[in-house]
Write a protein that binds this ligand. Sequence first.
Ligand SMILES: Nc1ncnc2c1ncn2[C@@H]1O[C@H](COP(=O)(O)OP(=O)(O)OP(=O)(O)O)[C@@H](O)[C@H]1O
Ligand SMILES: [Mg+2]
Length: 373
Amino acid sequence: MATILVQDVSKHYGNHQVLDNFSLRIEHGECFTLLGPSGCGKTVLLRLIAGFETPDAGTIRIGDAVVSQADKGIHLPPEQRGLGVVFQDYAVWPHLSVFDNVAYPLKLAGLPRQTIQDRAMESITLVNMAGLEKRLPSELSGGQQQRVALARALVAKPALLLLDEPLSNLDANLREEMRFEIKELQHKLNVTVLYVTHDQEIALALSDRLAILDENGGLRQTGSPVEIFEQPADLFVFNFMGVANLLPVRNEGGICLVGSQPLPAAENACPPGANKLAGFRPTDVCIDHEAPAGSPCLSGKVRRSSFLGPVMDYLVDLDGHSLRVSVDTHEALDRNRMFKEGDACALSFHNLHWFDAPADNVSAGGGSRGAGS
Ligand SMILES: Nc1ncnc2c1ncn2[C@@H]1O[C@H](COP(=O)(O)OP(=O)(O)OP(=O)(O)O)[C@@H](O)[C@H]1O
Ligand SMILES: [Mg+2]
């Protein structure tokens, strides 16, 4: 069993408290992603779990074993934790062939020559590199080098695979391909995968569950990709998970207003006297040239119109607030939803997420964040 249990773990460097009483549980066999902005402590947490760093406080368990416990001075070295690790830089040895790179951990463990041969080739085949085992890393593409690192991490048959931004050096197509391969490998081998990234798309595509960390190393939410995207716990998570439109809404005498315009059917979410932010994605806007009969809309003006192939991307001004609006190109063509700069438009919104307005965003002119460009 490769459950990972992180309990009340703290870690500081100098006067920088990177993690403070951090707790997390990752279940056996799941692909779990740590997602957060650069510098939030993802790599530090991974290194603590791997055993390359020691926590100041707290306990880390892998399966039944306590691998780190600060107050008892317990600290198992990485090689005794039963895990494979792949870091962001390929970390393959340039002077060793593919085979020797992959076989290295087995040689270190002193296994018999034939076992090393069989296991290394099995691992090389697993990552689709059979036939290239005599090559040096300099004779491989970035994606192939990353496969070698993956094969080496898997060769000792770990129950737990720790991956730190392993795809960030690859181009977009290769990244997508490798993403599917990692998922396939996880299912095939039934390993627990802990994946670290600041790339939302990878995290959503790959994970069974993910954890969102804020810039201070605080844990904001854990959940399935759909839960995180559809039910963000707070404004930080909503902002972090994609382009975020935010409109300040206030309830004056029972009517909810955005600037001077009424926002229909918002009274339950924004009761009298309240100041809220209504959040929605660019795809959650209905944009027309005129309000459809019987559908109350808000008026805006298109500031920028961009054709992005499959979608039309509009930047719209609504009473001084910038909104991003995305419309499927075919729908835009078929339903008269093509706009050019300067066009007036009628807007309505669905799938609104409601947040308490932070103090600096309460005024009617506060503007939306994340959608400006
Ligand atoms: N050995 C170290 N000594 C001093 N500070 C460190 C050390 N390792 C990490 N830090 C600091 O801890 C913080 C978290 O670093 P970490 O590498 O975990 O970030 P990250 O979330 O992995 O970011 P990125 O997405 O850019 O990789 C950073 O402010 C970093 O400067
Ligand atoms: Mg990192």
